[in-house]
Design a protein around this ligand. Sequence first.
Ligand code: BMA
Length: 343
Amino acid sequence: MSDEFLFHSNSKILRHPENPILTRHDVPYPATLVFNAGVTFYSGEYVCVFRNDFGEWGNPELVGTNLGLATSSDGIHWKVNSKPIWTVEDVIKDTATFFSDFSNESEILRAYDPRLTVIEDQCYMCFALDTRHGLRGGIARTTDFHHFEVLNLSTPDNRNMVLFPEMINGKYFRLERPMPVYSRQMQTHFDIWSSDSSDLKYWGNHQGVLWLEQVPFANDKIGPSAPPVKTRYGWLTLFHAVDRDPNRGKNGWEEIWQKRYSVGVMLLDLEDPAKVIGMSKEPLMVPEYSYEKNGFRNDVLFPGGMILEKSGEVKIYYGAADTVECLATADVNDLLNLCVNRP
Ligand code: BMA
């Protein structure tokens, strides 16, 4: 990481005064850590699919994970569905065809970190899937947020997938984050990649998009965060950027947590989205508020949703401290103006 780098959020970012906007207290079933939501606008309302890690408050050994649904008319105040919408049992059932060789229910441990993208009136949910044989990234299609048709699961180790909201040159396009532990010297030097598909099931044409070394405020790994939004200048998108400090010790509920998750912003070419045409050399957001600095894992910002309103306001939804869900806003022109440098 460069020494001259100043670690604070950009002044154009506004945290919502009601943060956190969704917590375990809003959820009418066992819920402990409510965070890392995918948020989009679908069928006339804001839709939020959030991750719920449940267990005992303060105990780092969580019991399980499910996905919950919340809807809203203003994108700030939420009505949470009475039951989780994707439990581990649901995930096992809906991914059964991908595991025909095993037919072993215990192969799947949990699905988490949903990201939502609407393409031609259909909603797609990217998710991470922990299995006993590696971390996989998946894509499911839904129209009602209760039934999910799983279209694709990657090979291990890959996750943090985000879909673009339209086809580009006749192909669906996604960003993703493989974890190449053999070839990157350090076990955590991970980068942002892309791939495309004709049908959302078969993905290929993998290309590197942004390397860790190109981000001055990261020394550990980077990854896609909220699905990109279209502007006339390019695809505007956020990424998470992780710096690790070996001097950090007890930091949250676990014995050791040495990482900090900040947020970067970049602009991708409209016709060739594997090409970064601009990136802010400084972070867009860094953990600063108590709800971002203190929780299960301190100092974590993990955006999973970005909505461009007609007014030009951009809503950024992010998990904070792996504990609660928050909202920040910015003007789209301010975000574009930050993406002036090439990485
Ligand atoms: C990442 C993912 C996220 C999490 C983050 C910080 O690797 O597991 O779900 O928010 O770590 O703990």
